[in-house]
Design a protein around this ligand. Structure first.
Ligand SMILES: NC(=O)c1ccc[n+]([C@@H]2O[C@H](COP(=O)([O-])OP(=O)(O)OC[C@H]3O[C@@H](n4cnc5c(N)ncnc54)[C@H](OP(=O)(O)O)[C@@H]3O)[C@@H](O)[C@H]2O)c1
Length: 262
């Protein structure tokens, strides 16, 4: 299948590792021109040859400054992948009845919701001109109560609502907006020594490897395995593809059945 992404310009946030890195690799394999962003690059990202622009998207100005640089290099942009995200699971937050104080909530919302809102706002004139596409990376935890700390689940639920509403606003003008909601995925977020999974294991007082090994089953994933990030990347590219003109306003789960409602 030709995804018709050859020569298209794609901006991927959270591109230095995990799902974002796989989106970069998959987009390059389709012949796209890829701009990759994160706070810091990595050897793995450098090895792809994608153009890198550093940005902290959890700050109020980070997304605007990013797009200024990206569009100064080339005013054309076909696809925005809002993938940067993550959460924290420090013991102090998890001991709190609402999983964190105001700072925890504000930081989590800034990265998982506002970063996508602000990056989309800054990219939208170029995306409208190109009749392009936005793909937001949500999470199955938005639809599974008790799945993760509340600031993260609430932020991802809000991201899905933002994504669906934005699709209505810009769809008639030629920009398609969709969400991909992964289940537990084998990335540094879960398996890395400093990621959310390691923090959660520490907070719960359990072994990190054991937590990861049992996570798929614990989450009701019917494969019994965490998702390969390359599968999430394939879904992102399919939704970004001009070959899918009627895929608009959708929230595609790639979670091995972890969400137990229709
Ligand atoms: N892994 C899972 O199980 C899973 C499940 C459902 C949903 N998701 C979602 O999938 C997306 C990617 O997750 P992942 O598992 O690939 O995470 P990851 O391995 O932790 O990678 C996160 C990426 O986001 C970047 N990032 C983090 N904070 C940032 C900031 N303030 N500004 C700019 N970039 C920032 C990181 O680079 P720097 O640190 O250098 O900035 C990195 O490139 C996230 O939205 C996550 O919520 C993941």
């Amino acid at each position: 299948m030709d995804l018709q992404l050859t020569g298209r310009r794609v901006l991927v946030t959270g591109a230095s590792r995990g799902i974002g890195l796989e989106v970069v690799r998959a987009a390059l394999a389709e012949g796209a021109r890829v701009v990759a962003t994160a706070r810091r690059t990595t050897p793995e990202l450098e090895a792809t040859g994608a153009t890198f622009v550093a940005a902290d998207l959890a700050t109020a100005d980070g997304p605007r400054l990013l797009l200024e640089e990206v569009l100064e290099q080339d005013p054309h942009l076909d696809v925005l992948v809002n993938n940067a995200g993550g959460g924290s699971a420090d013991p102090g937050s998890l001991a709190d009845p609402v999983d964190g104080d105001d700072d925890t909530w504000a930081d989590t919302l800034a990265l998982n919701l506002l970063a996508a809102v602000r990056t989309t706002r800054a990219a939208l004139p170029a995306l409208l001109a190109a009749r392009g596409a936005v793909v937001n990376v949500g999470s199955d935890s938005a639809r599974r109560s008790m799945a993760a700390p509340l600031p993260y689940t609430a932020a991802k639920a809000a991201l899905a609502a933002f994504s669906r509403g934005l699709a209505e606003k810009v769809g008639p003008r030629g920009v398609r907006v969709n969400t991909v909601s992964p289940g537990g995925t084998r990335t540094p977020l879960l398996v890395g020594p400093d990621g959310f999974g390691a923090q959660l294991a520490g907070a719960l007082g359990v072994d990190h490897d054991a937590l990861v090994a049992g996570m798929a089953q614990q989450n009701g994933m019917l494969t019994g395995e965490l998702v390969d990030p390359a599968e999430i990347a394939r879904t992102v590219l399919l939704l970004a593809s001009p070959a899918m003109p009627s895929a608009i306003g959708q929230n595609w789960a790639v979670d091995a059945g972890s969400v137990k409602v229709a």
